[in-house]
Design a protein around this ligand. Structure first.
Ligand code: G6P
Length: 619
């Protein structure tokens, strides 16, 4: 969802802006633009569509992206927009200029009272060129800027923020002060890359890590004034705020495709390594060490119930977590989609532990839900991939998934690491509570240690899935069915397919199909069924018969040890054996590969599916 980059320094500014926007493309967007100061004047180039369209427009306007040359531009801001107020169009793209042409802004977030502010400004004679809420901010800053005796753009931004209700990462450039960028933040991520004779502000580290590894994570309700050699952060009352500079641990190469056709494929191939860095690294001397979360018997004695909150793929990891914790620890767990949580009047007090799962650590629904849980007295534990993200900073405790940067919108390796952490938590809690014997605890750790090798074995036979997908990609509708843990696996498999191939799909508990949805099964309908739970395999066999006798084509994903069972399916994809509790970690990879090849066969934009954003920072 929207990406921001702002640069002041010695490099080719246009190149830095466009490279930054390219690095932020993965967040999801439908138009892009840049604004910069040249010869004391603010200039603007923006286009509906991809950053490649913007690049063409920049070249047509005579600017070079060659790093050895420059365009005599030393200050600029850029933006990728995911439309909210106003359709994707050249006019609605950011940046937005104020009426006198001196002030330019890019914005992530939503100005909730924009209609009221627009009416106020219209009465004052302001004319608007777009339908966006953001243009209101540009005009409002100009309004306050013009009313002051001396040029004080920072004070004008501060005054405008007093009127604005909503969320924002707002970056402002003013032609009167060409060597300065102002940025205000509330509820939207902003990081500042600190360089030598250059500084850069952006929505995330991917846009800055080529230039510097030193970053500042900006806090809410703060205003940054930045020149190429100075950084000052104040609160909204103008008081200076202390900040600390931290090091980015990710390597710039990890955010490249590295020879793979798509990031999604690369990221699936990184699953064994990501699982190792996240899970195996926490298994030491027959024990699980949850760095960042010093849990012991005393802590757990105070926990009477657990909430798990997340969105999308992370929610599906949460569902598996609920199953594991309840089964192994006998603690009641509620797993809720974050966007519903605040409105469900949840039963929470200080004996509740709320576990929040988020790859980005910035999903607004998840953040709001975590804040609500905190307000109601809950303890909070975040499982997050992006270090320094808002959720990571606001939770009482954090366990990081070390998946590295995940660029493809469809989450794959991050999901597998989230699952891994849920297993670690469930095993650790159950052992502390005395519900898992030492022997079983150690045996389960051994099973976890074997997972990376088994994921690699699945990747080695990915061509089986590729072949099957090449016969099925014209399907109109696909059903995923499973029982127990396999039902949660089906939910994730169905979501993955929908996200990137745009094929309609449903996931259903195996036993529920006959209560309605089986009406949709007809000759040739594809049904995919993971069957990894031995005690449920007999029941699944009946469910598969129910659909195959009605003409369905059935793909079963099944561990070696169950593979001889005479399922009436058309195709079996065999995964390695493991303890049945852990098999869903293996079962999801063939489903991800299936979604990938279906999308590739259909010619879809796998890494950047239509309408979706990687990091969703609106409610
Ligand atoms: C978006 C993405 C999903 C993701 C969800 C939660 O909707 O498109 O792939 O699962 O957000 O993201 P998070 O960063 O909180 O895990």
């Amino acid at each position: 969802m929207c990406g921001i980059v702002g640069y002041l320094g010695h490099r080719n500014t246009m190149e830095v802006l466009l490279k930054g926007l390219t690095a932020l493309e993965y967040r999801g967007y439908d138009s892009a633009g840049v604004s910069f100061i040249q010869g004391g004047e603010l200039k603007l180039i923006k286009r509906k569509g991809k950053v490649s369209e913007l690049k063409k427009a920049v070249a047509e306007a005579g600017y070079t992206l060659d790093s050895d040359k420059g365009n005599n531009i030393h200050a600029g801001i850029g933006h990728t927009r995911w439309a909210t107020h106003g359709a994707p169009s050249d006019e609605n793209s950011h940046p937005h200029l104020s009426m006198n042409g001196k002030i330019c802004v890019v914005h992530n977030g939503i100005i909730e009272n924009y209609a009221e502010l627009r009416r106020f400004l219209t009465k004052k004679g302001y004319v608007f060129a777009s339908d966006t809420d953001t243009e209101v901010a540009a005009q409002l800053i100009e309004y306050y800027y013009e009313r002051r005796d001396e040029s004080d753009i920072e004070a004008a931004v501060r005054a405008a923020l007093q009127d604005i209700i909503g969320s924002y990462a707002l970056v402002v450039l003013c032609s009167d002060i060409p060597d300065m960028i102002i940025c205000a933040k509330k509820d939207n991520p902003v990081i500042i890359g600190v360089g030598e004779d250059e500084n850069i502000v952006a929505s995330d580290v991917l846009a800055v890590m080529e230039y510097t590894k030193d970053v500042i994570y900006m806090e809410d309700n703060c205003i940054l004034t930045m020149t190429r050699d100075q950084i000052e952060i104040k609160d909204i009352f103008g008081e200076k705020v202390e900040y600390k500079t931290e090091k980015i641990e990710w390597d710039a190469d990890t955010a490249q495709k590295g020879g793979y056709k798509h990031f999604m494929m690369k990221e699936m191939f990184e699953e064994p390594k990501a699982f190792e860095s996240t899970v195996i690294s926490k298994i030491r001397n027959n024990d699980i060490v949850l760095e960042g979360f010093d849990v012991d018997a005393e802590y757990l004695s105070g926990i009477k119930n657990i909430n798990i909150i997340a969105c999308g793929t992370a929610y599906h990891a949460g569902c598996v977590g609920k199953y594991l914790i309840e089964k192994l620890c006998r603690i009641p767990v509620v797993c809720t989609v974050a966007s519903e949580f605040c409105y469900s009047d949840p039963i929470i007090d200080d004996s509740t532990l709320t576990i929040v799962i988020s790859q980005s650590g910035e999903t607004l629904d998840t953040r709001n839900a975590m804040r609500e849980a905190k307000n109601r007295g809950s303890k909070t534990l975040a499982i997050v991939n992006v270090i320094g993200s808002t959720i990571a900073r606001e939770a009482d405790n954090v366990i990081y998934t070390s998946a590295g940067p995940e660029i493809s919108v469809a989450s794959t390796k991050a999901y597998v690491t989230q699952l891994g952490v849920m297993y670690l938590i469930a095993f650790k809690f159950a052992h502390i509570l005395g519900k898992l014997s030492d022997d079983r605890y150690i045996a389960l750790q051994k099973e976890l240690l074997d997972i990376p090798g088994k994921l690699t074995a699945i990747l080695e036979k990915q061509n089986e899935i590729q072949r099957f997908a090449s016969t099925q990609f014209n399907a109109d509708s696909i059903f995923f069915i499973g029982r127990g843990l396999d039902y949660f696996l089906s939910m994730e498999a169905s979501l993955k397919l929908k996200e990137i191939s745009y094929i309609h799909s449903e996931s259903y508990p195996g036993g529920e199909l006959k209560h309605g949805t089986i009406a949709l099964i007809e000759e040739g309908t594809l049904v995919v069924s993971p069957i990894t739970q031995p005690e449920l395999s007999g029941k699944m066999e009946s469910n598969i018969k129910e659909v195959s006798t009605r003409g369905a084509t059935v793909l079963v994903i099944i561990p070696e040890k169950l593979a001889d069972t005479a399922f009436s399916c058309d195709v079996k994809f065999i995964i390695p054996n493991s303890d049945e509790l852990l098999t869903p970690i293996l079962g999801v990879l063939p489903c991800q590969l299936f979604a990938y090849y279906m999308a590739v066969n259909k010619g879809c934009d796998v890494d950047k599916p239509r309408n979706l954003a990687k990091s969703v920072t609106v409610e």
